[in-house]
Design a protein around this ligand. Structure first.
Ligand code: SF4
Length: 264
């Protein structure tokens, strides 16, 4: 069995507990305007030509994003970092894109990691079939569940999809076996208004089995990728949320009984 990935990040500290190796899968059903991994949205392997200025000369550099790798070979790669995972209480995180778009390979990897005693996390957009999410909660130790906005109109405008299934799936995921951490990407100009946070808080307080929320403040680090990979950059109008707004939401969540991390 093979899987299409576009990156493996070693020594990741924001994708779950401890030091982790994060695998980025190609393909995502959403198309968020602020996405910092735009090269992960298409499920296909992509080819680009990058122009590089060198000593007054313009050079063309061919880039390929994505590669197919056998599940067993990927597992061998992951095993190389075992010492760091064990020492730090870390593990492996499957991210993307949306890793569960390639659920059969992800499930095979989750089983292999479990047999090898490696802690696993799946970072999901939540927009997959219910039965796939249910199975993920049976096989993974941790689900990192991204929720972007409670306002469906805004959600549709800036992610390309409705949030209805995502919200429904969150409630199903919370009934599963894996621990769930909710991740809220906070983007100035999209979801950083007090009304957005009140709506989020009211919704989260009504959920059962959720005890931790990670606030992920937007950063513009991915901006140069839009030029590099010849993608349309729609981030104008978005920005880094203010410290005051981040801290205000953090305090409200803590007062409501949630453990909160900023930055995951
Ligand atoms: S869900 Fe994540 S990977 Fe997919 S488009 Fe949105 S930000 Fe990018």
């Amino acid at each position: 069995m093979t899987v299409c990935i576009f990156d493996i990040k070693r020594f990741a500290v924001h994708d779950g507990p401890g030091i982790r190796t994060t695998v980025f899968f190609k393909g995502c059903p959403l198309n968020c305007w602020w996405c910092h991994n735009p090269e992960g949205i298409s499920p296909e392997i992509e080819h680009f030509t990058e122009e590089i200025e060198f000593d007054g000369i313009t050079l063309n550099k061919e880039l390929t994003v994505g590669r197919w790798i056998k599940v067993n070979d990927l597992m061998e790669e992951l095993e190389k970092d075992r010492i760091f995972m064990e020492e730090s209480g870390g593990g492996v995180t499957f991210s993307g894109g949306e890793p569960l778009m390639q659920h059969e390979a992800v499930f095979a990897l989750l089983k292999l990691c479990s047999e090898a005693g490696i802690h696993t996390a799946v970072d999901t957009s939540g927009l997959v079939s219910e039965h796939i999410l249910q199975q993920a909660t049976e096989l993974a130790d941790l689900i990192l569940y991204d929720l972007k906005s409670l306002d469906d109109k805004i959600h549709q405008e800036f992610t390309g999809v409705s949030n209805k299934k995502i919200l429904n799936n969150l409630e199903i995921t919370l009934k599963g076996q894996a621990r769930v951490i909710l991740r809220f990407p906070m983007v100035a100009g999209f979801n950083d208004k007090p009304a957005d946070h009140n709506q989020l808080l009211a919704y989260l307080e009504g959920l059962e089995n959720l005890d931790q929320v990670d606030i992920l403040p937007y950063h513009p680090f991915g901006t140069q990728k839009y030029n590099r990979f010849n993608k349309k950059n729609r981030q104008n109008g978005f920005g880094i949320p203010s410290k005051e707004k981040i801290n205000s939401l953090r305090d409200e969540l803590i007062n409501a009984g949630f453990a909160v991390n900023i930055g995951g």
